[in-house]
Design a protein around this ligand. Sequence first.
Ligand SMILES: Nc1ncnc2[nH]cnc12
Ligand SMILES: [Zn+2]
Length: 337
Amino acid sequence: MTETDFIAGLPKAELHLHIEGSLEPELMFQLAQRNSVAIPYASVEDVRAAYDFSNLQDFLDIYYAGAAVLRVRQDFHDLAMAYFTRAAADGVLHAELMFDPQTHTDRGIAFEEVIEGLLSAMAAAEAQFGMTSQLILSFLRHLSEEAAFATLEAAEPWLDRITAVGLDSSEVGHPPEKFARVFAAARGRGLKITAHAGEEGPPAYVHEALDLLKVDRIDHGNRALEDDALVARLAAEGMTLTVCPLSNLKLCVVDDLADHPLDRMLALGLKATVNSDDPAYFGGYVADNYRAVAEARGLSRGDLVTLARNSFTGSFLTPEAIAANLEKLDAYAASQG
Ligand SMILES: Nc1ncnc2[nH]cnc12
Ligand SMILES: [Zn+2]
């Protein structure tokens, strides 16, 4: 069996995926036409050519503009179904989808349209692919604490269908501390907590995510490696890091995948996982990320199984569901020798 086939068949969870970041240029054009939204591109090739980023903000500007074609619940349903179809082909048994309500509500789209479209696709994915999924409501950190509170309030009728809250968008200048109170409120409502930290921001932001937001997991976390005491703490706490190799390459967090720290993280005892972040923008879905980093860093099949194991143990599934998924992973690993 080739590495490509081994990785595609490897049972895995995807824990770091922005659903708006799975909007492929083809669907962007389709939705632009369906909703009569003007987009600043003449062709699909034109869109792809614009995906040349030198940092996170470069990408975010294009990502928020692209989301303008999403207007009604059917659009969110179609977007999520396209993702689930790709993820199923990549061996994903469970996906935790981040969505950015403020990207839509700030354009006058009702919260209900966004979430009902996503929820209907999640039900369809379970029926069609047997794939389980959960929602992570992500606050945009470049906006105010007050706006985050208003978003949590808008989500109130759906809180039983939202698993966690997250924190994304422009990291530097918007430390976790800015959102300590809204995350406390979310925890009070029984939601799990995750936050982007240490993607472009300093190790201090990872400390804040742990101490002030009381995260259950860290999204990215690359720059934690600059702080030995922080690494020791993350390892001791068994904190899961949702690492995104192709994103790191495209956003210049690493200059070359050959320099990617994924295997160093594993060697340091960190519970690293592999994820696609914004697959339509960064050139690959989750299996592409496994393949690219495995080739660049010479990862063994044992390393790949460890990464898949971490994806289940780091998920927000129940212990029973985690155990059931790990059984499938163990059976697969045993069958491949
Ligand atoms: N990689 C990323 N970092 C911060 N915010 C994001 N929103 C979508 N993708 C993101
Ligand atoms: Zn992300």
